[in-house]
Every structure is written in structure tokens, then in C-alpha cells.
Design a protein around this ligand. Structure first.
Ligand code: AMP
Ligand code: GLY
Length: 417
């Protein structure tokens, strides 16, 4: 199979790494890739015609779309329309990530447990509704806002300001409609299921670390580290989340005539009453994908092709027992302003259980790797215990020579105690 991966983050480097190990994948391309990916092709992934043309010329059998933006914009529809199989949802199904109001309505329809909510398209009615609520309360821009559209307001003043900021255009079109939600209390976990439009097959759990600072403090980021599996997702809790959240969502999307194909990523709050949905994403998490790929032990190209073809029934999905941890190294200043271009050395770990997935990096003609983004490296390790995986990841980080970068030193604290 000739496979093209779309994207250039740590998630896509991990997908490329797993596909290189996949028996049914014979040729591999990644657009645009990054400094760690050695099969990068120079292709503008916002130009869907250029992508479909590339697939025709290169006889690509399967496209694996990593990020949400091209999914929401309909890249999979275009690829399928031109005869290329693609892993990922149609634009209509990617609304599960692209619109919070859409997902809330789906939850109502299918009785999926989630936070109580109200949806508004003007500031005056949202503010009037807030007058009858009490803090804490959650304010969400409806559309895609690069992970920045959510405010967990500790005071009503903060809640009102968040509503006003949304309608004043702080998140552009994404904030033209706003969801106000009950604040859920519990531990967060991520659950992944591969879907073929009809079936959903468990693809593991993970826990992310969204805040930039140790002890889960400071501003939200794309994710500063993750591990898999998530201890809180016991077999029983996982079964509940599959039965009460994932399966009804897949059935609801099929019933609407917009079946969901690809990976469904449920952000969960494990409350006293059980798992509740915080949000759906319609792609692999980043950095969650990095730990899932290092645990996966099957033929990835075959499994993803079965999703694309609507037939997961015979898929061989196997896992290594070993837990995996990834620690993100980011450019100093992230998630605020940061510099690009600093040199990174010491990127070749000697431990076979460690893999450094690149995210925002470029490799110069001189072979030197330089920082080229906010989240830059994902130092990923497996161990016989999570503690061992953690120790190996930090030992590899200590070998990396990058004065322009930083990482959290406490990834895994919740599971390691
Ligand atoms: P989201 O972009 O929807 O993943 O939200 C970002 C983060 O906000 C989540 O990971 C949670 O930590 C938090 N959050 C979102 N919705 C809620 C909620 N209803 N209750 C408590 N925390 C929430
Ligand atoms: N790490 C969270 C996400 O990918 O949305």
C-alpha cells in the first residue's frame, strides 16, 4: 500500500513511525512533515486540488489525515470524490469536533451523558442566562479555536467577560455562537475508538497534561505530555464509556446519514456518576497519538484502510503490555510568544525503548535540527512500569542539548502518585 500522511506535528511523526513498521505499507509520504520525518513531500495541504493531484500521480492507496482543520474543511470528501481512500471523517461527520453546539444536540438526541448546557447566538441572551447561573461555569466558543475557545470561569465576572470576548470576535467566526455549560468535577481522561461508519473498536486510553506549568498550573496548551493507558480507565469504566458515549454517537451519526469514519477521540470527565463527555475530537490527540502508536502492535496501514473502507470487523488490533509516556519539549515562552531557529542537538537516544518524535522542527541542508514552532519535540519511552517509562523519557531529555527549550518535569504525576 502507498500511504500519504497529512500534517507536520508530533502526531504525524508518530503515525509515520508506526506506518514504517506496518507490513502492508510499502511506500510512505508525509506532507508537509517536519525535521524528524524522512519522507516529507513539499505539498501545500490547504490546497486540496494539489493533494488530490499528488495522490493521482503517485498512485496513493490511502491518505491518513492527521489534523482537524483539513477534516472540517472536507479534505476526505474531496479525496473520496476523486477515488482515493482516506482515513478520517467527512466534513459532515467532522462537525462532531467543528461545532460544540452540534455535539451537544447529538448528545441530547442519543442521551449521551454530558454537562448541562445552553446555546446562544447573541451576547444579550447569553448574559441574561448567566444572571441565573452560579460559578464555576464553562463558556465555549462554538467553532474551532485551536484549543483556546474554552473558559472555565471561577467567577461570574470572568464568565461574563468570556461571553463578551466571544461575541466581540476574540475567536473570529468560531465565537459567533457560544455554549454555556455546567462545570463538571472529576478526573479527565481521553478515550480513542476506531470507527468504520457502523462499528466502533476501542483503540486505547490516555491522559494528557493541558496546562503549561507543573502541578497543572498556568495557561492551557495543546498538551505538554501524555501517558497510556490511563489508570482511571479500568476495564469497567472503559466499557461504560464505549456503551454510553462512543457507540450511541456512532449510531446517531449513522442515523443522520453522515456516518463517522476515522478515530473518535472522546475527552471525558470521570465524575461520581460515571463518565461524561466533555468534547469529541475527530482525529488522534497530539501528544496522545505518540503514546498510542508506541503501544500499538498490529499492522497500522491495514487497520486504517479497514476504517476507510467501512469494514473494521476483521481488524487485528493488538497492544504491547508496556505503558508509554511522552514528554513535550517546547520553545521557551510557549504558549505565548517564542523564538524560532534555535539549534537542537543530542536527538539520537541510545535506548531502544525511547523515540524522539519531532513536532515543530526543521532540518537544514547541513543536517542541523532547529526549532520551528511552539511544541517542538515529544520524548517518548516505554517501560515495564509507567515509572520506568517516565525515568527513560527524562533520561533522554537530559541528553538533549537545547538551551531554547523547556519541559514539565512532572508528567505522569497523577498516575505515579
Ligand atoms: P475542550 O477544548 O472542550 O477540550 O476544553 C478544554 C478543557 O476545558 C478541558 O480539557 C477541560 O479541562 C475543561 N472543560 C471543558 N468543559 C468543561 C466542563 N463542562 N466542566 C469542567 N471542565 C471543562
Ligand atoms: N492533546 C489534546 C488534543 O489533541 O486535542
Amino acid at each position: 500500500m502507498r500511504v500519504l500522511v497529512i500534517g507536520g506535528g508530533g502526531r504525524e511523526h508518530a503515525l509515520v513511525w508506526a506506518l514504517e513498521r506496518s507490513a502492508s505499507c510499502t511506500d510512505l509520504f508525509c506532507a508537509p512533515g517536519n525535521g524528524g520525518v524522512n519522507c516529507s513531500v513539499d505539498l501545500d495541504i490547504t490546497d486540496f486540488e494539489a493533494v488530490t493531484d499528488f495522490c493521482a500521480i503517485e498512485a496513493i492507496d490511502l491518505v491518513v489525515v492527521g489534523p482537524e482543520a483539513p477534516l472540517v474543511a472536507g479534505m476526505v470528501d474531496d479525496l473520496e470524490g476523486s477515488g482515493t481512500a482516506a482515513f478520517g471523517p467527512s466534513a459532515a461527520a467532522a462537525k462532531m469536533e467543528g461545532s460544540k453546539a452540534f455535539t451537544k444536540a447529538l448528545c441530547d438526541e442519543m442521551a449521551i451523558p454530558t454537562a448541562a448546557y445552553a446555546h446562544f447566538t447573541d451576547a444579550a441572551s447569553a448574559l441574561a442566562y448567566l444572571d441565573a447561573q452560579s460559578a464555576p461555569v464553562v463558556i465555549k466558543a462554538d467553532g474551532l479555536a485551536a484549543g483556546k475557545g474554552v473558559t472555565v470561569a471561577e467567577t461570574m465576572d470572568e464568565a461574563r467577560q468570556a461571553v463578551i470576548a466571544c461575541f466581540d470576535g476574540a475567536f473570529g467566526e468560531a465565537g459567533a455562537s457560544v455554549v454555556v455549560e455546567e462545570c463538571l468535577v472529576g478526573e479527565e481522561a481521553s478515550l480513542f475508538a476506531l470507527c468504520d461508519g457502523e462499528r466502533a473498536v476501542l483503540f486505547g486510553s490516555a491522559q494528557d497534561h493541558k496546562r503549561v506549568g507543573e502541578g497543572d498550573t498556568g495557561p492551557n496548551t495543546g498538551g505538554m505530555g501524555a501517558y497510556a493507558p490511563a489508570p482511571i480507565m479500568s476495564e469497567a469504566m472503559t466499557a461504560r464509556a464505549m456503551n454510553e458515549i462512543i457507540e450511541p454517537a456512532v449510531a446517531g451519526m449513522k442515523g443522520r446519514g453522515t456516518p463517522f469514519k476515522g478515530v473518535l477521540f472522546a475527552g471525558l470527565m470521570i465524575t461520581e456518576e460515571g463518565p461524561k463527555l466533555i468534547e469529541f475530537n475527530t482525529r488522534f490527540g497530539d501528544p496522545e497519538c505518540q503514546v498510542l502508536m508506541m503501544r500499538f502492535d498490529g499492522d497500522l496501514a491495514d487497520v486504517l484502510m479497514r476504517c476507510a473502507n467501512g469494514d473494521l470487523s476483521g481488524a487485528d488490533i493488538r497492544w504491547r503490555d508496556d505503558p508509554v509516556m511522552t514528554v513535550v519539549m517546547a520553545a521557551k515562552g510557549y504558549p505565548g510568544r517564542y523564538e524560532k531557529g534555535s539549534t537542537i542537538k543530542g536527538l539520537d537516544p541510545t535506548d531502544p525503548d525511547v523515540m524522539v518524535f519531532h513536532a515543530g522542527t526543521v532540518r537544514g541542508e547541513d543536517g542541523v535540527v532547529r526549532a520551528n514552532g511552539g511544541r517542538v519535540l515529544n520524548v517518548t519511552a516505554r517501560g515495564t512500569t509507567l515509572q520506568e517509562a517516565c525515568d527513560k523519557a527524562y533520561a533522554a531529555i537530559d541528553q538533549i542539548d537545547w538551551p531554547g527549550g523547556f519541559c514539565r518535569r512532572d508528567i505522569g504525576w497523577r498516575a505515579l502518585g
